[in-house]
Design a protein around this ligand. Structure first.
Ligand code: HEM
Length: 412
């Protein structure tokens, strides 16, 4: 049974949990870490001005990622944001991220083999070589924006190569993906919806055109094999095929661009840790993991409560849209010693990093993201060991969804 069919209350307007405050988007955006630090010891969740509730504690976030009482949101989120139809709506209606049960399995399964850790590991040398070429492009230039010239391009080139998209298309499809991903934030208003919708339509049309070209001229690449398998199995509708690829492009570009920039910025802000990793590259995976904990590029995962859910004596009412706050959970003092300290040598990070979620929806691109982040950092440490910030430390903004970063100005 579809988990949310039998819900009676619309998202965002459940019985309001009396005993918890409702926080505004403005205060959450202004200082998410500060707000969560203040509330987390006192309450398992707080109300959210738009989204229902924000679940704050690591144990609860982890539990609810895999609990049958917390379901993927299907179309509840766009409906609650005044997006009742159109292409943006379709991304939620037909994509794997927001699907439950057999629809989710059907949409996800064509990708699981391709993105399996052992297969993705084979891409490491190619990703390293691409990163080296990118660094050589700007090494002699003086000051550059590392986001634009490096951390955005590593995931964009990788996903382009996997899907067989022309490299010249990168500026177009990445800009569209960044724009569409804003729909998961709470910082857009009704006046922004036409722009978001236009970007969604353009990205969908772009993917549909690429697929059509592949159908008429098959190649020896992932996309051709994926199309053949999807069509032979007859399990995905043509619209589902397009939308899973749209989600892959969004999930595979913006998240890793932001994480790649933030890990460099954090290490440069802590020169002794930059020097330590530089002297001992075996610390690179730990540096990547700690950066993802300290300033995660994904702030939350959305779910809906299928039934009343009790958390430490408080009840999340059935029908509530829940934001499981990875941002808050990753600084939970019940799990991490000195959570507000950036420390690549910490030993309290779980083996399965919580930033990639849990349960049926755990990130499909985790292994790929880790390789991109590790190689992106390793190449910089080798080719640009004297890299330094030439402007203020960038701020990672946003309390939910995919977070946002501006420029990261550095010189080698
Ligand atoms: C640092 C980088 C990344 C982070 C922090 C991240 C985080 C996440 C999280 C938290 C989820 C689960 C969301 C939920 O449960 O609602 C997720 C799902 C997903 N991610 Fe990632 N991700 C990253 C990189 C990637 C990459 C590189 C790809 C693709 C190549 C990707 C594709 C996806 C897809 C398709 C899903 C949906 C899976 C499903 O619903 O079954 N992600 N990601």
């Amino acid at each position: 049974m579809n988990g949310i069919e039998n819900l009676t209350r619309p998202a965002g307007s459940p019985r309001s949990p009396d005993s918890v405050p409702t926080l505004t988007v403005a205060e959450l955006e202004a200082d998410p870490h500060g707000v969560f630090r203040a509330w987390r010891p006192r309450l398992p969740f707080v109300g959210h001005e738009v989204a229902g509730v924000l679940v704050l504690r690591s144990r609860d976030v982890d539990l609810l990622m895999r609990d049958h009482r917390a379901q993927a949101t299907e179309t509840l989120y766009p409906e609650s944001r005044a997006i009742p139809d159109g292409t943006l709506f379709d991304i939620f209606a037909h994509g794997m991220l927001t699907a439950n049960g057999s629809a989710h399995r059907r949409r996800r399964s064509p990708f699981t083999r391709t993105f399996a850790a052992r297969l993705v590991e084979g891409l490491r040398p190619q990703i390293r070589a691409a990163a080296e070429n990118l660094v050589r492009d700007w090494l002699e230039e003086g000051e550059v924006d590392l986001v634009e010239r490096y951390t955005a391009l590593i995931p964009a080139q990788t996903i382009a190569d996997i899907l067989g998209l022309p490299r010249d298309d990168i500026p177009r499809f990445t800009q569209l993906a960044y724009e569409v991903s804003r729909v998961l934030s709470f910082t857009f208003g009704p006046e922004d919806i036409p722009d978001l919708e236009a970007a969604a339509v353009a990205l969908q049309d772009y993917v549909a055109a690429i697929l059509e070209a592949r159908r008429s001229a098959p190649q020896d690449d992932f996309l051709t094999r994926f199309l053949a398998e999807a069509e032979a199995a007859g399990e995905l509708t043509p619209q589902e095929v397009v939308i899973q690829l749209v989600q892959l492009i969004i999930g595979g570009t913006d998240t890793t661009r932001v994480a790649g920039a933030m890990q460099v910025a954090l290490l440069l802000q802590h020169p002794e840790q930059w020097a330590a990793v530089s002297g001992d590259p075996s610390l690179i995976p730990a540096a990547v993991a700690e950066s993802l904990r300290y300033e995660p590029s994904v702030g939350s995962a959305g779910r809906v409560a299928r039934e009343d859910i009790g958390l430490d004596g408080h009840v999340v009412p059935a029908g509530s849209l829940m934001l499981l706050s990875t941002l808050s959970a990753l600084r939970d003092e019940a799990v991490y010693a000195h959570p507000g300290t950036f420390d690549i040598r910490r030993t309290d990070l779980p083996r399965l990093h919580p930033i990639f979620g849990g349960g049926a929806h755990r990130c499909i691109g985790e292994a790929l993201a880790r390789i991109e982040l590790e190689e992106g950092l390793g190449v910089l440490l080798r080719l640009a060991p004297r890299l330094h910030l030439t402007d203020a430390m960038p701020v990672l903004r946003g309390h939910s969804g995919i977070r946002r970063i501006d420029a990261l100005r550095v010189a080698a």
